[in-house]
Design a protein around this ligand. Structure first.
Ligand code: TXA
Ligand code: MG
Length: 346
């Protein structure tokens, strides 16, 4: 199959949206930009079409998908009950990088929910995504448009790297703004619970609701995460990655020492640093994610940098870590998964 890429922007929406929505209605796959990462879309009410998503990505079938809608009205028929708190959250965060988990309705195919009694819904804050959904006249099921396990795509080129020949169309809307996937928030438990940290942080949520829990499985490797997608090694570059935790100066020293040792064994080493430290690694192959004072930039660059290092064909990646609350939690979660749990405490 040929994979066509159509450039789409606010002044030139029609061709891409028309072709894209036609393909969706016919039961084909279309990759499109959202404000977080690129999605791989199919008609969310057509089980045969949704099957193609799992096949193209090589995604495990026990990992459910998010349904994307373009108007709040589209929600009612997909879910069984909408708690009051959902209206508060939708009013303040939709469209935007917040996925809400509800009890599912009968209309939602089993393949979307991977057999669960709940369904994930989100309204993306991207004009191309919303127009595509609207013209397709159906909710669009869309995981991130990467091969399963690889870093999520933040540009049309990343999608092409992973899925060329497997899907008919990519709508190219440029680099995605947030760079990490949406926050997944479960509204079916007593207290709303973050199952995947992302663009909307616990701090953001607490401005509008009283309590938010964070799924224990996200940070304790001995607890099974509630969101199926969080159990896999994920977002991973091809190279083996190690994450260094500790005081900044000590981490730099240790990374330099380990880089020398690995290089002397003939391994090609890539280093992930921050603006605060990048100069200290002079002479090494080093990428900065941005300044620690601006975590949005670090989020924006993370997946892109992992893919850049893959394209450098490094054997091993030694990375500084970002850990903490809010945006730092979202970044740390992706780093931890990318490193497959390889942590070096300095
Ligand atoms: O930002 C995003 O959310 C992107 C863009 C394309 O919208 N999409 C995305 O989809 O990241 P995906 O499939 O890569 O990740 C969806 C996550 C997975 O971790 C999945 O396990 C979880 O949401 N999920 C989906 N339905 C669920 C459910 N009913 N209960 C718990 N977790 C669910
Ligand atoms: Mg994904």
């Amino acid at each position: 199959m040929e994979t066509e890429i159509i450039k789409v922007d606010e002044n030139n929406l029609e061709e891409g949206i028309e072709k894209g929505s036609k393909l969706i209605r016919e039961g084909s796959l279309v990759s499109f930009p959202t404000e977080t990462v690129y999605g791989l879309g199919a008609d969310g009410l057509n089980a045969e079409a949704v099957k193609k998503i799992y096949k193209a990505k090589g995604r495990p079938e026990d990992n459910p998908l998010i349904l994307h809608i373009s108007e709040i009205d589209e929600l009612e028929k997909l879910v069984r009950d909408i708690p009051n708190i959902a209206y508060i959250l939708m009013e303040n965060f939709w469209p935007g990088p917040l996925t809400l988990i509800f009890k599912r309705s009968e209309l939602v195919p089993d393949i979307i929910t991977a057999g669960l009694d709940t369904v994930a819904i989100r309204m993306p804050d991207n004009i191309i995504a919303r127009k595509l959904i609207k013209s397709s006249k159906t909710p669009i099921a869309a995981p991130s448009a990467n091969t399963s396990g690889r870093p999520s795509p933040t540009s049309a080129n990343h999608v092409y790297e992973d899925l060329k020949g497997k899907i008919p169309l990519i709508l190219n809307g440029g680099r995605t703004g947030v760079g990490l996937e949406s926050t997944v928030l479960d509204l079916t438990s007593e207290t709303p619970k973050i199952l995947r940290p992302g663009g909307i942080t616990e701090g953001d949520l607490l401005k509008y609701i009283k309590k938010v829990e964070i799924d224990k499985g996200l940070e304790d490797l001995n607890v099974i995460p509630k969101s199926p997608g969080q159990k896999y090694k994920h977002y991973a570059p091809k190279a083996e990655m190690f994450l260094y935790k500790g005081e900044e100066r000590q981490v730099v020293k240790r990374i330099l020492k380990d880089a020398k040792e690995k290089s002397s064994k003939g391994l090609k080493v890539g280093i992930i640093a921050t603006d605060e430290t990048v100069k200290d690694y002079e002479g090494e192959l080093v990428y900065s994610l941005g300044s620690r004072k601006n975590l949005e930039t670090i989020a924006y660059n993370l997946f892109n940098t992992l893919r850049d290092l893959d394209n450098e064909d490094v054997d091993i990646i030694l990375s500084e870590s970002v850990m903490g609350e809010d945006m730092a939690r979202a970044i740390g979660n992706r780093m931890l998964k990318a490193a497959g749990g390889n942590i070096i405490e300095v």
